[in-house]
Design a protein around this ligand. Structure first.
Ligand SMILES: CC(C)(COP(=O)(O)OP(=O)(O)OC[C@H]1O[C@@H](n2cnc3c(N)ncnc32)[C@H](O)[C@@H]1OP(=O)(O)O)[C@@H](O)C(=O)NCCC(=O)NCCS
Length: 166
């Protein structure tokens, strides 16, 4: 998945097997440390691994850190079937339920429409005043500019209770 140029077109590079194994190790360590992380997405009976959707703590510093981020990456064969949105809603239920978080953010490059659509479908809100330059990318890098979306526990729980009530 992370070696597919289509999947990685909004990231600065592809991951080879060694880099992916290191990522999985970091994800596992994060689960041990925090009790949350990037969950594997499974389609029961059909596909054991579609990709991941979950929570992470960005290691860089900028105006909105420290924070908890929601993120997603699915193999291209599984795009546009609603899986990212469905899995992300389950992640926010966990974030604002058992995990007791107050706010979750998400960010991407402005032209990553699929990812922004997932954020917007979840009810996450962007304030253009919070757009930022990704501190891990050099000045002038074409992917440096990012948009930031936020959602708070109250907003999510209100949305969920509204949905349950029809
Ligand atoms: C972002 C990503 C996870 C979305 O996964 P997905 O399962 O296809 O998303 P969904 O099916 O839940 O779609 C959510 C909405 O986005 C829309 N959408 C998805 N791909 C789209 C595209 N290429 N162009 C326009 N809209 C798109 C869907 O139509 C849907 O809206 P709708 O229900 O109103 O039709 C997937 O495209 C991906 O893995 N991309 C590569 C990795 C990546 O960029 N991750 C994000 C980094 S910030």
């Amino acid at each position: 998945m992370s070696a597919d140029p289509d999947v990685m077109r909004y990231f600065p590079g592809l991951l080879d097997r060694t880099a992916t194994e290191a990522l999985v190790k970091r994800i596992r360590a994060g689960f041990d440390q925090r009790g949350f992380g990037l969950w594997a997405v499974e389609l029961p009976g059909e596909a054991p691994f579609l990709g991941y959707v979950g929570l992470a703590v960005p290691a860089f510093e900028t105006h909105f850190t420290p924070c908890v981020e929601i993120g997603w990456r699915l193999a291209a064969a599984h795009w546009r079937k609603g899986y990212a949105t469905e899995a992300a809603a389950a992640v926010l239920d966990a974030a604002f339920g058992p995990l007791g978080l107050r706010e979750v953010v998400s960010f991407t490059v402005p032209h990553n429409t699929p990812s922004r659509m997932v954020m917007e479908k979840l009810g996450m809100v962007r304030d253009p005043a919070e757009d930022f330059e990704h501190p891990r990318l050099a000045e002038g890098h074409p992917l440096r500019r990012h948009v930031l979306y936020r959602i708070g526990a109250k907003g999510w729980l209100r949305r969920r209770s509204g949905a349950a009530g029809g």
